[in-house]
Design a protein around this ligand. Sequence first.
Ligand code: KG4
Ligand code: ZN
Length: 339
Amino acid sequence: MKDVYILGIESSCDETACAVVKNGTSVLSNVVFSQIDVHKVFGGVVPEIASRNHVEVVDVVTKQALKEAGLTLQDIDAIAVTYGAGLVGALLVGVSYAKGLAQSAKKPLIAVNHIEGHICSNYLSNPDLKPPFLCLLTSGGHTAIVRVDDYVTYTVLCSTADDAIGECFDKVARVLGLPYPGGIYVDKLAQNGKATIPFKSVVLANGNFSFSGIKTAVVNLVHNAEQKGETVNKEDLAQSFTKTAVDGLISRLQKEIETSKINKVAIAGGVAANSYLRQEVAKLEKQGVKVFLPKLCYCGDNGAMIASQGYFQFIEGDFASMDLNACPTLRLRAKYEKK
Ligand code: KG4
Ligand code: ZN
C-alpha cells in the first residue's frame, strides 16, 4: 500500500501545534508552540488571549512542520484537525485554518476528537501496540478508563463525576504557590516527600472517580495551617495527594483488567507524564500485564497525536465536510457502558 502522509493541526487550548505523520505511527515532524509563558502571569489560560496567539502562529507552525518533514502541502494526503473538546475560540482558529488549507490545496479534511488523539500518542511511541487495549486517560480536562476496541472505536468504562485529575494537580500547585500549569511542579515536590496525610479515596462506590473532594481537602489543609501560623510540609502534601489520586486510578484499572480480560494497558494525556503514575502503571507488568507508556514528548498536546488518529479515520474514509465547526464539549464517540 502507498504511504499515507497526514498533517495534524492542534489548537484546542494553549498549544499551537502541527505535525506530519506517516502511516499513523512514524513522526516526520512535530512542531509545538506553547503559550504557557503568556498565560503564566494570569495563573491559568485566558481564552481570548489563547485564540489571538493561535491566529498569530498557526500558519508559521504549519509551514515549519512541512519544512521539517521535507514535504510540501501537495505531498500530504489529508489534513486532520482537532475540532473538540476545548476552548471554542481556540478550536475555531485551527478548524478555520485547516478548512482553508484543505480547500485551497484540494485535500480531504478529517475532524479529530482531541481525546482520541491523546490515546493515539501511544501508537507514536510504541508502533507495535494494537487494539484492543485499556487506556487510562489522564489530562487537564478528562479522566477516564477507556477500552480501545479498534483504532476508531472507544468504550468509556468509567470516568470522573466532577473535576479532571490534571485540573486537580493544577489547583494543588496553585495553593502551594507553584507556577501554572502546576502538575510538573507537584510531581517534582512529591519525589522528595512521604505520603503522611491520609486523604479519602478518589474512587466512588459506583466505580467512577471524584477529584473535587481531595482538591478541597488540600486547599482547606493549607488555608487552616496558614490561619494557625503553622507551616505545611509541601513535599509530603504533594506526595500524599499524588499517591491517593494515582493509587485510586490504578486500583480501578486493575479491576477493569480483571473484568475485561484485556491485559494490555496504555496511558495518555498530560498527567501521563507524572513520574509516580508511570512508575505505578509499570508495576502492573509484574502481574503479567503488558504496559505501554507514551514518550514524554507526546503526553502533552501536540499535532502528531492528531495526525495519527487522522490516519486511522483516513483509512476508514471518515472525512469531514466544509461545514465542520468547533465542538467545545465533544465527548468520546463511544458507546458509554454504564456500571
Ligand atoms: O493533556 P493536556 O496537555 O491538556 C488537556 O488536554 O487537558 O494536560 C495538561 C495537564 C495539566 O493539568 C498539567 O498540569 C498536567 O497535565 N501535567 C502533569 C504533569 N505534566 C503535565 N500532571 C502531573 N504530573 C506531571 N508531570
Ligand atoms: Zn490535551
